[in-house]
Design a protein around this ligand. Structure first.
Ligand code: NAD
Length: 237
């Protein structure tokens, strides 16, 4: 029989990114041993092992997932990228590869960073809950692939085989080292392009502080058990 790896050994796929790095730092604080798997290394931290590789490469993943019991998958091409083939390859095929590698490596839990946009179809959502249907006409191709990615991860939840999965759906994330949201807002404002109001100015939008997104991910990971209600489900952040 296979010896189960310690539940405190985890890997963060996309751990060089904005959210990933915050997640890594918090996991270290909480006494986890952390491996980062990413196509780039953007920092160094004592206690973190970096594995450079593309998540579409199962062999590279298998090396990084040795003795790992918990995987956070928060890698994605940047939403602003216009490269449909890249979204398809990384978010859909790549996620399939991640799930295969997790099964082969004996990983017990996978926490996916999905997106709140998977239920957004251009009309207002107030007090939205997890039971909203997926958008039939997603706002862009990135979101289309995030929907497929989420379905793949949730479908892979198999209590018999011992692989438990959950998907977290954050909305816009802000906080230290944010490369997108606030810098893009500031840049747009500087260029004088924020002098228009869409609608009557009462539109609302949710943003989540990165530490709270991290907290949600770790809570989900630690509560994920065969009998827990979040098992194989999506959670709005
Ligand atoms: P980010 O671009 O800062 O980080 C993504 C990381 O994934 C990068 O380090 C990148 O190198 C890595 N990566 C990309 N392709 C890869 C591949 N083929 N193999 C291995 N690594 C690869 O993005 P982020 O803002 O930290 O987003 C993290 C996750 O959160 C993504 O899944 C994104 O869809 C989701 N999300 C982000 C926001 C937000 O506002 N930032 C909102 C909702 C959902």
């Amino acid at each position: 029989t296979r010896i189960r790896p310690s539940s405190k050994r985890c890997a963060v796929i996309g751990g060089s990114g904005f959210l990933g790095r915050h997640l890594v730092e918090k996991l270290l604080d909480k006494g986890y041993t952390v491996s980062v798997f990413d196509i780039r290394q953007s920092y160094e931290l004592p206690g973190v092992t970096f594995h450079l590789g593309d998540l579409c490469d199962k062999q590279a993943l298998l090396t990084a997932l040795q003795d790992v019991s918990l995987v956070f998958h928060c890698a994605s091409p940047a939403p602003a990228s216009d490269d449909k083939a890249l979204f398809q390859r990384v978010n859909i095929q790549g996620t399939q590869t991640v799930l295969q590698a997790c099964t082969e490596a004996g990983v017990q839990k996978v926490v996916l960073t999905s997106s709140a946009s998977v239920v957004f179809e251009g009309t207002d959502i107030k007090d939205g809950r997890e039971d909203l249907p997926y958008a039939k006409k997603p706002i862009d191709y990135y979101t289309e692939t995030k929907i497929e990615q989420e379905k793949l991860v949730l479908k892979a939840c198999d209590k018999e085989k011992g692989l438990l999965t959950v998907a977290i759906r954050p909305h816009g994330i802000f906080g230290p080292r944010d490369p997108q949201l606030v810098p893009i807002l500031v840049d747009t404002a500087r260029r004088g392009k924020m002098k228009f109001i869409i609608g009557d100015g009462s539109n609302l939008v949710d943003f989540t502080f990165v530490d709270n997104v991290v907290h949600g991910h770790i809570l989900a990971a630690e509560s994920l058990r065969p009998e827990s209600p979040i098992c194989g489900k999506m959670v709005m952040d």
